[in-house]
Design a protein around this ligand. Structure first.
Ligand code: PEP
Length: 257
């Protein structure tokens, strides 16, 4: 049985004060979704605040990115060992906003995928579970390249780390056209892609495919979460905007129970 996971990606939002209210709002209802796993991804400067608030509650936390290097002269970067230091259980890797907004577009696509695979390896070696984001752009979607894009990244990770690494990984299907647009994928569309991803992993290892959690991400809200989470291959969600309001996020978590 795969335990559902709902991950809240705060992106670059929040302040000490607003985080406090958000955390209190979520924690006040945490007993209504204690059967699932919930993890929060604040901006890194608020890691300590989130760690203090969530320690002992059963909720987990992580960062929105990590460096592919171990340590050294990499200004502005955060290493896997720093995440361990702050009790992180998860890390997001390859989020489309990183891919699209931070020079990564200028990189050759294969190099970009390799960097993501290296970050993945760093996280796995540190005992942190990577949540690898995979999804097609609006243009790729429009010309029917979804499966090709999803496969390219999955295969790069498997080639780099071996399929065994996926035993300690969460995948997130995040169609870029659905992120922050208010236009979620339909449950049927998302289910088809999730099933395709699971089958691809199964080609390498059936047991890992059966156990790996595949989250859906893209404009999940309290009012559309339930039908998505009911799909057999959707094991929870990666939630951006919907994780910034306590009531909304709690509704999403409850839909995964
Ligand atoms: C995300 O940031 O991963 C995301 C899915 O954002 P949103 O829920 O706002 O579409």
């Amino acid at each position: 049985m795969r335990k559902p996971l709902v991950a809240g990606n705060w992106k670059m939002n929040g302040s000490s004060e607003s985080n406090k209210a958000l955390l209190e709002g979520i924690l006040s209802k945490a007993d209504t979704f204690s059967d699932i796993e919930v993890a929060l991804f604040p901006p890194s400067v608020y890691l300590q605040q989130v760690q203090s608030a969530l320690t002992g509650t059963g909720l987990s936390w992580g960062t929105q990115n990590l460096s592919q290097f171990e340590k050294g002269a990499y200004t502005g970067e955060i290493s896997a060992s720093m995440l361990v230091d702050f009790g992180c259980k998860y890390v997001l890797i390859g989020h489309s906003e990183r891919r699209c907004l931070y020079a990564e577009l200028d990189l050759d696509q294969c190099l970009l995928d390799r960097i993501i695979a290296e970050k993945y390896e760093m996280a796995v070696r540190a005992g942190i579970t990577p949540i690898i984001c995979i999804g097609e752009s609006p243009d790729e979607h429009a010309v029917g390249r979804t499966e090709e894009v999803v496969l390219r990244l999955l295969d790069t990770v498997i080639a780099h780390q071996g399929v065994e690494g996926l035993a300690h990984t969460v995948l997130a299907y995040e169609p870029v056209w659905a992120i922050g647009t208010g236009r979620s994928a339909t449950p049927e569309w998302a289910q088809d892609v999730h099933s395709f991803m699971r089958q691809r992993v199964a080609k390498h290892d059936k047991e890992i495919a059966k156990n790996i959690r595949i989250l859906y991400g893209g404009s999940i809200k309290g009012n559309n979460a339930a039908p998505l989470f009911l799909q057999p291959d959707i094991d929870g969600g990666l939630v951006g905007g919907g994780s910034l309001d306590a009531d909304e996020f709690v509704k999403i978590c409850q839909a995964a129970v």
